[in-house]
Design a protein around this ligand. Structure first.
Ligand code: ZN
Length: 284
């Protein structure tokens, strides 16, 4: 289990699964050759065959007595015919939370960085044939702009179904709070607007006791995009805006004492953006 102390804030990685995927499933340029060309700095985030290691995890942020769960992975029992790795799972995610000391009832806030299927799955669980909120005492925070987009969405069936089985039930239960993309959650934690991958996509900023961190969300998927912010993700809703957001993010956090925690970064997950001989790299 990885965890980080940022001033008074504790952040804990709660992993649901880790997969090795051909990088080209995410980025057209994510070929094994391009991976090998990057060299050693990228090694913790790829395998020996040059595939991307893709971690699916939540990050639990403890701040000022609050327990804020950022993203809820793929979930169990969900039917996702277009994503074989993610259909009808029976993974011990809730046991992982429990083992780390977090009961479902103790989570008071869930943040969805965006409403893609691998970020909202554990928003709900199957109980007597019905999808019910997994975290009954939590407010589920999502950007108004994000909900407006997805609640009307009529495209890929799996993306649409995940709204119906993992997001709509928490909205209908009155647990969703639709917010601006810069909403402050505590004195130490706030949302930062990082649009492009989806229209209302947010990252999560943490600042406490002079220490700083940022949780990326899917503004990027693998640290190779730090070196190449212009490489477009297959699932970027607005590729040009996504690329522009990534470029600005990399420049803003480069050579700063800000720990970057990648929502899909495997292995060490956290590190710093640095400039080495004119190129951007990620140092775990
Ligand atoms: Zn994702």
């Amino acid at each position: 289990m990885n965890s980080w102390q940022i001033g008074n804030v504790r952040i804990t990685k709660l992993q649901e699964q880790e997969l090795a995927w051909n990088g080209t499933m995410i980025l057209a340029q994510g070929t094994a050759d391009n991976v090998k060309r990057e060299g050693e700095w990228l090694q913790p985030f790829v395998d020996k065959q040059g595939k991307f290691l893709v971690s699916i995890h939540s990050l639990l942020v403890e701040s000022e007595g609050r327990r804020i769960l950022v993203d809820t992975c793929v979930g169990n029992d969900k039917n996702r015919p277009g994503f074989k790795d993610w259909t009808n799972l029976h993974l011990p995610y809730l046991a992982t939370l429990q083992k780390a000391g977090f009961s479902r009832e103790s989570i008071d806030t869930v943040v969805c960085t965006h409403l893609h299927l691998d970020h909202v799955g554990w928003n709900t669980m199957l109980e007597n044939g019905r999808w019910v909120p997994t975290f009954p005492k939590a407010k589920y925070i999502m950007a108004q702009r994000e909900w407006d987009h997805w609640s009307e969405y009529e495209g890929l069936p799996d993306f649409k179904n995940s709204i119906d089985d993992s997001v709509r039930p928490v909205v209908e239960a009155g647990l969703a709070e639709l917010v601006e993309t810069t909403r402050r959650l505590t004195g130490e934690v706030w949302l930062e607007s990082t649009p492009g991958h989806t229209p209302g996509h947010v990252s999560v900023r943490i600042s406490s006791g002079g220490e700083n961190a940022v949780i990326t969300g899917d503004m990027m998927h693998n640290p190779i995009q730090i070196a190449h912010p212009d490489w477009i993700c297959e699932f970027d809703n607005d590729p040009r805006l996504a690329s522009d957001t990534r470029q600005k993010f990399v420049e803003r956090y480069c050579d700063q004492a800000v720990r970057v925690l990648g929502t899909h970064f495997a292995g060490p997950t956290g590190g710093h953006i640095v400039r080495r001989s004119g190129a951007f790299h990620f140092e775990a």
